[in-house]
Design a protein around this ligand. Structure first.
Ligand SMILES: Nc1ncnc2c1ncn2[C@@H]1O[C@H](COP(=O)(O)OP(=O)(O)OP(=O)(O)O)[C@@H](O)[C@H]1O
Ligand SMILES: [Mg+2]
Length: 349
C-alpha cells in the first residue's frame, strides 16, 4: 500500500534537497537564518527532518534571497569602488593571512568599511583565524545556489569576510558565463565596501596572478629570512612580465622582525633590487615584530589585534593601517578592480 503524503509526513534534509534542487549546506543556512519562518524541525541525533510544508517555504526563501543584492545592513554602501589591496608573498608562511585579517580590523576601527576576500586556493583559512564558521563559499555563488550577500559573514570588529577558497579554484576552470557571474558578484561587493584586502596564496599560481594584476595596490609581506626576499623578488619580476601591471603601487611590510634595524635593512634590500633591476618603486609601510602573541591568538581563534590590542604586534599593525590610509588616492575610484580582473579573464578565453 502506498502511503499518501500528508501534512504529517517528515522529509529529511536530503529529501528536501532533492525536491528543491538546493544543496544541503544552503538549506542549513536558510534554516539557521530563517528558522522562525519554517515549520518546526525535528532533530534526532544528527538527522534533521521537516514536515512536507517546508519544501515550499524553502523554495520561497530561496527566491527571496536570490532577488536581494548585498544587504545594506551587512555593509553600508560606500558610494564608489573599493580600494582593493592584494596581500601576497613569494614564499609561504610569512604571515599574509594574519596581516590581511588584522589590517582589515584596524582599518575598520579607523572608520573604513573593510572586507577580506580569502583567495588562497591551497588553504583557505582566514575564517579559522577570525573565529567564524562559514557554511557557504564562493562555490555556492558559482553554482547559483545563493546570492553573494549570503556568503559574506560578519567577522571581528564588523569586518566582512568572503570565504572563497574552493570557489576560486573553480573560477580558474569555469566556463565563461560562470566566470562572468562570479566577477559581477564581486563587483557588486566592491561597490559596498571601502577597502578589500585579498589574502592570496604564496607564489605565482593560476588565478592569484590575475588578482595581483587587477588589484589597486600590491602589498608584499617579507621576513628577514633570506629566501623570503629572493622569492618575493622573483614574484615581483614575474608580475612585471604581465601586461597591464606597470604603474601599480607596490608596498612592503616586513614581518617577524627582531629589531627596527633588521626591518629597515630587509625593506631597503627589496626596494633596491626592485628599483635597480625592474625600475619598480617599492614603498615600505612598516614592520611587525616577531611576537608570541600571534600564536596565542591563533590558539584562541581570535585575531591578535582583538586578543591583545596593546601588544607590540597590534600597535605595529595599526601603524601599517595608518600608513595605508595616508597613501589613499584622493580621487573617487571610478573603475572596478574586479572588472579589470574580468577583462583579463576574458582576454584569455
Ligand atoms: N609577527 C609574528 N610573530 C610571530 N609569529 C607570526 C607572526 N606573523 C605570523 N606568525 C606565524 O607564522 C605562521 C604563518 O602565518 P600565516 O598563516 O599568517 O602566514 P601565510 O603567509 O598566510 O601562510 P601561507 O603562505 O601558508 O598562507 C603562523 O604560525 C603564525 O602564527
Ligand atoms: Mg595564508
Amino acid at each position: 500500500m502506498v502511503m499518501a503524503r500528508d501534512s504529517l509526513t517528515l522529509l529529511s534534509i536530503q529529501e528536501i534537497s532533492r525536491e528543491t534542487g538546493l544543496e544541503e549546506s544552503v538549506l542549513r543556512f536558510y534554516e539557521s537564518e530563517y528558522g522562525a519562518e519554517l515549520p518546526d524541525k525535528i532533530l534526532r541525533g544528527d538527522v534533521l527532518s521537516f514536515p512536507v510544508a517546508a519544501v515550499e517555504v524553502f523554495r520561497q526563501l530561496h527566491a527571496r534571497r536570490m532577488a536581494t543584492s548585498v544587504p545594506q545592513s551587512k555593509i553600508a554602501a560606500a558610494g564608489s569602488f573599493a580600494r582593493v589591496i592584494a596581500v601576497t608573498s613569494g614564499k609561504g608562511g610569512v604571515g599574509k593571512t594574519n596581516l590581511a585579517l588584522n589590517l582589515a580590523i584596524e582599518l575598520q576601527q579607523l572608520g573604513k568599511l573593510c572586507l577580506v576576500l580569502d583567495a588562497d586556493m591551497g588553504m583557505a583559512n582566514v575564517h579559522l583565524l577570525a573565529g567564524v564558521n562559514p557554511t557557504l563559499s564562493l562555490m555556492a555563488v558559482l553554482n547559483d545556489q545563493v546570492a553573494m550577500a549570503d556568503i559574506i559573514v560578519e567577522g571581528p570588529a564588523g569586518i566582512g569576510l568572503i570565504p572563497g577558497g574552493s570557489g576560486l579554484v573553480a573560477l580558474a576552470d569555469a566556463s565563461r558565463p560562470e566566470r562572468l557571474k562570479l566577477v559581477r558578484a564581486l563587483e557588486e561587493v566592491e561597490l559596498a565596501a571601502e577597502i578589500i584586502l585579498v589574502d592570496t596564496g604564496a607564489g605565482m599560481g593560476v588565478g592569484v596572478r590575475d588578482f595581483l594584476v587587477a588589484a589597486d595596490d600590491v602589498l608584499f609581506v617579507l621576513t628577514p629570512d633570506i629566501t623570503s626576499l629572493a622569492d618575493s623578488y622573483g614574484l615581483l619580476k614575474a608580475l612585471h612580465q604581465e601586461r597591464d601591471f606597470g604603474g601599480r603601487p607596490v608596498y612592503s611590510v616586513v614581518n617577524m622582525v627582531h629589531s627596527l634595524t633588521e626591518a629597515a635593512d630587509v625593506a631597503q634590500r627589496f626596494a633596491d633590487c626592485a628599483q635597480r633591476f625592474l625600475g619598480q618603486e617599492v614603498e615600505n609601510l612598516g614592520y611587525i615584530m616577531k611576537d608570541a602573541t600571534v600564536g596565542g591568538a591563533t590558539a584562541r581563534r581570535t585575531p591578535y589585534t582583538i586578543f591583545r590590542p596593546q601588544a607590540r604586534v597590534s600597535i605595529n599593525t595599526r601603524n601599517v593601517a595608518k600608513a595605508i590610509l595616508k597613501r589613499e588616492q584622493p580621487e573617487i575610484r571610478l573603475s572596478s578592480s574586479f572588472g579589470r580582473f574580468l577583462e583579463r579573464l576574458q582576454g584569455k578565453l
